[in-house]
Design a protein. Structure first.
Length: 256
């Protein structure tokens, strides 16, 4: 079973070396996708490339989180990996949880293993308090995903995920931005993928993170996420559960 760890970064000079060094303790194959960083991230990555055996994709300009994740799928497929695990580089995804993902992969009964910051772990982890608007939007959208797609997710937005590479090749994924998970869940259900969650720590280091493009306004961000989800549903409406078909027809017009 060949597993690639894919880490998208944007201006992470404070964290990139320590995160990669910790990931290297658990994984032999690491892909870093530098999405147009303007700080010292690229320089640090070049220094780490040979000693850490990194594969690096660098964008000259910032093209978005979703685009980076799609490129990770493509690189994993090209290079013959069975699974790709995506994780952030801002010290909010703990490399020490990688063995939990490996164990879930080994059971071989899922196509997407998604980390959840709101699923009880039993480990007694101390959870950070997320910004109220982010938690509210996550809870609202996660419930809508569950209602429309018949899922039982507790965290619709966590980027710490394991993806079966052959399953990802079936999906029509086009979104470049932070709403990428909305399209992923819709396409996954339309293609009958098996989805499960495992607990990960809830860590918020950057309470003032910006989303760009007007998405810092919570109402605008919520509307944008809904738009991406409903439009994705429209594309595959005949392959979705009946409640999704009714919801897409009713809700798309409300957010156009």
């Amino acid at each position: 079973m060949r597993v690639l760890i894919a880490i998208p970064i944007y201006n992470e000079e404070k964290h990139v070396q320590s995160v990669i060094e910790r990931v290297r303790e658990y994984a032999d194959h690491i892909l870093v996708l530098d999405d147009g960083s303007t700080d010292r991230s690229a320089e640090i990555l070049n220094e780490l490339r040979e000693p850490m055996g990194l594969d690096i994709i660098r964008h000259e300009a910032n093209v978005g989180y979703g685009r980076a994740i799609r490129e990770a799928y493509q690189r994993a497929h090209r290079d013959g990996y069975d699974w790709v695990i995506t994780m952030d580089c801002d010290d909010q995804h703990e490399p020490e949880r990688l063995p939990d993902f490996f164990a879930a992969i080994e059971r071989d009964d899922l196509d997407i293993v998604s980390g959840s910051r709101y699923l009880s772990s039993g480990h007694g982890w101390d959870a950070d308090l997320p910004p109220a608007d982010r938690r509210a939007i996550n809870a609202t959208i996660t419930q809508e995903i569950n209602d429309r797609l018949g899922l039982k997710l507790t965290d619709g937005f966590c980027g710490f995920k394991a993806h079966r590479v052959s399953a990802m090749a079936k999906l029509n994924l086009t979104d470049n931005g932070y709403a990428f998970p909305m399209q992923l869940w819709v396409e996954a259900i339309a293609n009958n993928l098996r989805i499960g969650e495992i607990p990960v720590e809830l860590i918020y280091n950057d309470l003032h993170r910006t989303f760009g493009g007007g998405l810092d306004d919570p109402k605008t961000r919520l509307t944008h996420y809904r738009c991406v989800m409903y439009r994705a549903m429209d594309q595959v409406i005949d392959r979705l559960p009946s409640m999704a078909r009714a919801a897409a027809k009713a809700d798309c017009s409300q957010v156009q």
